[in-house]
Design a binder for this molecule. Structure first.
Ligand SMILES: [Zn+2]
Ligand SMILES: [Zn+2]
Length: 246
């Protein structure tokens, strides 16, 4: 495209007019923002974001209070069978509201801000280029009720460059389960046993898979999906979640 002189002035004027006519609001606290620049968060909400950073587990990304990067207890015991897991921000500050507005109110406005936070976190550069990007699936009955799979929308928002590799129907949820948030520890694991499968006749033939979910809590959901992907022949499995609760 030929860049016309004065183009940046025109776009700055346009942005100024847009901000005046259609003011934006902080997605964390609702305060009016001066501009519509991403992320749509006020300075106080931005300051309360806790991005993933060292010291943390070199494998699952679990943050540590002090020291240097090393393997956490769970990873040392082999409780996680993925090769790498990373999250962008902790589930704190304005993040719960972003996730809940998307998931339970069906608001798609937070998606662009989520994609922006994923980029700002720096963790996307740590992920290997995948052959397939697989969002954690919902059971068809919940998908019908909700109308969308938030993990698929998050995958599209955070990985636009790999959009053609996002396959929402390869991994399926074959059993409806009660929401994990209503359970703790071992009952979370039991709730999900056998809940996921690969579509009929699908194999991964040594492929590199990136599994995407909204929140990493105990890792039970991810664990079940990873077991299915390993059995199907995935060579490398990495996990990206927008956030992680601690
Ligand atoms: Zn705010
Ligand atoms: Zn770990």
């Amino acid at each position: 495209m030929i860049r016309l002189p004065g183009h940046s002035l025109a776009s700055a004027l346009f942005a100024g007019a847009r901000d005046l006519l259609f003011p934006s609001f902080c997605l964390g606290c609702g305060r009016q923002l001066a501009t519509a620049r991403l992320p749509l968060l006020c300075s106080a909400c931005r300051a309360s974001l806790a991005f993933s950073r060292s010291p943390r587990c070199t494998c699952c990304g679990q943050p540590f209070a002090t020291g240097s990067d090393h393997l956490c207890g769970d990873c040392l015991q082999g409780n996680h069978r993925f090769d790498l897991a990373r999250f962008a921000v902790l589930y704190s500050g304005p993040v719960p509201r972003l996730v809940q507005d998307l998931k339970f109110l069906g608001r798609t406005t937070p998606l662009a801000t989520m994609g922006c936070l994923a980029g700002l976190s720096g963790v996307l550069d740590e992920l290997a280029e995948p052959d397939l990007v697989l969002p954690v699936p919902l059971h068809p009955s919940r998908l019908r009720r909700r109308g969308f799979n938030q993990s698929l929308l998050i995958a599209r928002a955070c990985f636009p460059r790999w959009r053609a590799r996002i396959q929402p129907d390869l991994l399926v949820r074959r059993r409806a389960t009660v929401p994990q948030t209503s359970l703790t520890g071992s009952s979370r694991r039991r709730n999900l046993q056998g809940a996921f499968a690969l579509g009929q006749g699908e194999r991964l033939h040594g492929g590199r898979v990136l599994l995407v979910d909204d929140v990493f809590t105990t890792g039970s959901t991810v664990r079940e999906c990873v077991a299915v992907l390993r059995r199907a022949g995935a060579a490398r499995i990495e996990v990206f979640t927008l956030c992680r609760s601690i």
